[in-house]
Design a protein around this ligand. Structure first.
Ligand code: PEP
Ligand code: MN
Length: 337
C-alpha cells in the first residue's frame, strides 16, 4: 500500500503515520518527493489496513501497489533516482560512463587504463578483483591486492571505483575500497548477498542474470532497497538466447521498459552483451539513444593479452573514439557525457 500524504503534511503527521504503518506489522519506507511525501507500507496486508490508514491526519489517499516489486516501483516514487558515488553520477542529465578492464591484472595495467579512461572523459573505473569465472581453472582475480590497486588508481585519477563482490562475507572488505559494489549476473538471485549489500552504504550496480526476467531483476533490486540502500543501478548485460553470433543477446528495449516501471537508473553493458569489441561502440551509442542512464564498458591497454574477456575489450584508441560517438548521441538526446 502507498500512504500518500497531503502536500504540506507536517513532519509530525508523517512520523505519526510511519508509526501507524509499523504498528500494523508493515515496513515503512518514507519517500520524500518534490510534490508530495509517500509512505510505502510493505509486508503482508490484513483486512482493514487501508481503512485504518486512510483516516490518519494529513493522509490524502491510500492506494495499493499493483507491481510485485514495491519500493522499486514508479508507483511509489515518480522522481527518478540519481545515484551518486564519487565522480560517478547516474540518472541525472549526464550519462555515466564506467570503463576499465574485466580484471585488475597489475599496477601498470590498471593505472594506465585509469588514465586513459579519465583522459577520454569517463566517469568511473571498473575492474574485477574477485572474478566469478565459469571454469575454476580460469584466473580468479587478484582479490585484496586488486582492490588496493583500484584504490591507488582512484587516488591517481579521482575516478570512482566499480568492482564486483561475489560473496556476502566479502562485503565489508570490498566496501572498504570500492565506491560502487557490482553484483554480477551469476549472483543476481543470491538473496543473502543482496541483503548484505542492502545493509551497507555503498551504491550498487545490479546486473541482470542471463536467464532472469525483468520482473525478477526488479525483485532482486527490491531485496537491496528493502534493507534501506536506495542507491541502486540496474544493469542490462545481455540474456541467453538461441542466437550464437553474439556472446549474449543485448535487448535494448530493456531501457525504455524499465523507465516505465521503475525510478532506478538503467545502465547498459555492451561488452558482455555482445562479446565482440567491434560491436561495442555502436551498441553503446544505441543504448544512449534508447535513453540509458549509464554504460559499463571493458577497456584494456592490450586486449589480446588480457587475462579475461579480451575479445570484447576496447583498446584506448577505440574507447576514445567510442566516447566521441556517444557524446554526439548524448547531445542529440539533450544530455551530456
Ligand atoms: C564483468 O563485469 O566482468 C562480469 C563478470 O559481468 P557479468 O556478471 O555481467 O557476467
Ligand atoms: Mn568481463
Amino acid at each position: 500500500m502507498i500512504v500518500v500524504m497531503k502536500s504540506g503534511a507536517s513532519q509530525d503527521q508523517i512520523r505519526y503515520m510511519t508509526a501507524q504503518v509499523e504498528g500494523l506489522g508493515l515496513k515503512a519506507h518514507v519517500i520524500i518527493g518534490a510534490e508530495r511525501t509517500v509512505i510505502a507500507a510493505v509486508g503482508i496486508k490484513r483486512d482493514g489496513t487501508k481503512e485504518s490508514l486512510a483516516i490518519g491526519d494529513g493522509v490524502a489517499d491510500v492506494v495499493p501497489i499493483s507491481a510485485p516489486y514495491k519500493v522499486a516501483s514508479l508507483e511509489v516514487k515518480e522522481e527518478r533516482t540519481v545515484v551518486t558515488a564519487g565522480s560517478l553520477q547516474v540518472g541525472g542529465p549526464r550519462v555515466g560512463m564506467i570503463a576499465g578492464p574485466c580484471s585488475v591484472e597489475s599496477e601498470q595495467q590498471i593505472l594506465e587504463t585509469a588514465r586513459a579512461v579519465k583522459t577520454a572523459g569517463g566517469s568511473a573505473l571498473r575492474g574485477g578483483a574477485f572474478k566469478p569465472r565459469t571454469s575454476p581453472y580460469s584466473f580468479q582475480g587478484m582479490k585484496e591486492e586488486g582492490l588496493e590497486l583500484l584504490a591507488a588508481a582512484r587516488s591517481a585519477t579521482g575516478l570512482a571505483i566499480v568492482t564486483e563482490v561475489v560473496a556476502s562475507e566479502d562485503v565489508p572488505l570490498v566496501s572498504h575500497y570500492a565506491d560502487v559494489l557490482q553484483i554480477g549476473a551469476r549472483n543476481m538471485q543470491n538473496y543473502r548477498l543482496l541483503e548484505a549489500v542492502g545493509n551497507c552504504e555503498r551504491a550498487v550496480l545490479l546486473k541482470r542474470g542471463p536467464s532472469a526476467t525483468i520482473d525478477e531483476l526488479l525483485l532482486a533490486a527490491e531485496y537491496i532497497l528493502d534493507r534501506g540502500n536506495t542507491n541502486v543501478m540496474l544493469c542490462e548485460r545481455g540474456i541467453r538466447t538461441f542466437e550464437s553470433h553474439t556472446r549474449f543477446t543485448l535487448p535494448l528495449a530493456t531501457v525504455p521498459y524499465l523507465h516505465q516501471k521503475t525510478h532506478l537508473p538503467v545502465v547498459i553493458d555492451p561488452s558482455h552483451g555482445t562479446g565482440h569489441a567491434f560491436l561495442v561502440p555502436d551498441m553503446a551509442a544505441a543504448a544512449i539513444a534508447a535513453g540509458a542512464d549509464g554504460l559499463i564498458v571493458e577497456v584494456h591497454p592490450n586486449p589480446e593479452k588480457a587475462f579475461s574477456d579480451g575479445y570484447q575489450s576496447l583498446n584506448f584508441d577505440a574507447f576514445a573514439s567510442m566516447m566521441e560517438q556517444c557524446r554526439n548521441i548524448a547531445h542529440a538526446t539533450g544530455r551530456e557525457l
